[in-house]
Structure formats: C-alpha cells, structure tokens
Design a protein around this ligand. Sequence first.
Ligand code: G
Ligand code: G
Ligand code: MN
Ligand code: NA
Length: 250
Amino acid sequence: RTLERDLRRALQLNQFALVFQPLLDFDTGMIAGCEALLRWEHPTRGQVPPSIFIPIAERTGFIHDLGLWVIEEACRTIPQFPKDIRVAVNVSAVQLRAPDFAQRMLDSLSTAGVSSNRLGMEITETALLSDDQATNSSIRSLARAGVEISLDDFGTGYASLSYLRKLPLHKIKIDRSFVKDVLERSDCEAITRGVIRMAADLGISCVGEGVEDARQLSWLRRNGCSEAQGFLISRPLSAPDLKNFIASWD
Ligand code: G
Ligand code: G
Ligand code: MN
Ligand code: NA
C-alpha cells in the first residue's frame, strides 16, 4: 500500500533512472546495442527491484506513465551513444494493450529527434499469448517504422509459437535460466540449441542472456548464437559509463 503511494510520487521526485547493459555481436565482435533497465531509488528503502514495483505499476495502471517516462528517457539518452548503438526498452503487456501506445512511442522519438531504427522494444511471450488486436497492430506499426522488436525471456512463458510467423519479430532472447546450465545440463543444452536453430531458420537473430562465464560465451558463439548479454560482458551501466565502455571496447 505505502509502496504503491510512494511509486506514484517517485516520478515527480525524480527517483527513477535507467541503466544500460551492452549486447555483444558475435559476427563483428562489437557492442551492437544495449538494454535499458529501470531502477528505482527509494528514499528510505534504497533500490527497489523492478520485480517488485513493475507488478504494482501494472496493477494500478501507473505503468502507462512510468513506461512513457522510460521511453522518453531512452530517447533523450540515445544521442549520447555512437550512432550504431541501438537501445532497447522493456515494454509491459499492459502498455502494449493501450491503443495509442505505438503513436506515443513514435511521438517520443520525433520529439527527441531520434531515428526509430535506434530504438528497440523487448516484449515477453505472455504479451503475445492473448493475440490482442491492439498489441499486434502496435507491434506491426512500430516494426514498420524501424523499431527492432525482441522477444524477451524466451522459453519461460507459454510459447504458442504461432506468433513467430504472424508478427514481425527481429530477435529472440534466450532466457538466462537456459544459458546458466547450458554446459552442465543436457536439457538446457538441447533447448538452447533448438532455439538457436529455430531463430536461424526463421531468419531472425538470437541473443543468449545471462552470460556469466567465458565457457558459456564460447558455447553460444560455437553453436551459432548471434549475440550475448550478461555480467561477463558487462553489468548494467549508467549512460556515461556505457559510453566509456563502448569506446574502450574497440
Ligand atoms: O535488472 P533487472 O532486475 O532490471 O530486471 C528485472 C526484470 O525487470 C527484467 O525482467 C526486466 O525486463 C524488467 N524491467 C526492467 N526495466 C523495465 C522497464 O523499464 N519496464 C518493464 N516493463 N520491465 C522492466
Ligand atoms: O528479463 P530481462 O531479460 O529483461 O532481465 C534482465 C535482468 O537480468 C536484469 O535484472 C539484469 O540485471 C539481469 N542480468 C543481466 N545479466 C545477468 C547475468 O549475467 N546474470 C544474472 N544473474 N542476471 C543478469
Ligand atoms: Mn529484457
Ligand atoms: Na530475459
């Protein structure tokens, strides 16, 4: 209850910030983009994890305002990064169901003077499961405008897989629970291998998430995964730190 009240005020009080975690492209060996992750610095509780406050924001409808702030903040930050760095924001299923969502995202881009091919959007399987018309049409019009669409946490939801041919998805992100045990467990290996193969056959790229050691990274590279993300490459960083990280990478 009090967290719910604090959440509403947090936006005016400037308690939110974005951090950015880079993605490594195996083909080029370069940093190809990053994922923007929301942080809430609560005045007395300290950092409240998104796994706590996002569900509250979704339940109360505050996610629409908060999600718009995330998009606007990402658009303000993008010009600080090199031109070939794409920034992907996480978008909740609740946001996607709002009929004006795509238009708001495109408006944020043009207000900031940022080209839509510098923005990406990460959505979960659950958001696609209900086959909601507003959701599907938002995804289609954003993809048409050049926004890159990634399917996040792949393998943990209820993959009906039919949306893979219905919707213009560019990227599948293999959930870190599979990557974590890819060398230890034959089931994780089989699933990860299968997802990489499926993505390749569909002509879309594939990201291994939660890469924490060099052996996982080389397994993914060897097995045809296109990109990797995880603490091994970098933790999520502030915008200036990511800028330095990219500069020192090449
Ligand atoms: O570092 P991490 O704790 O940020 O992220 C935990 C979860 O919170 C991830 O599943 C991530 O997708 C989600 N998350 C992080 N930032 C955002 C955001 O801006 N919007 C939404 N909807 N989810 C986010
Ligand atoms: O669900 P989503 O993919 O958006 O989640 C991103 C979350 O994963 C963030 O909380 C981020 O901090 C976390 N994360 C990123 N890389 C790693 C990693 O290598 N190991 C672990 N355990 N978590 C990671
Ligand atoms: Mn994500
Ligand atoms: Na994920």
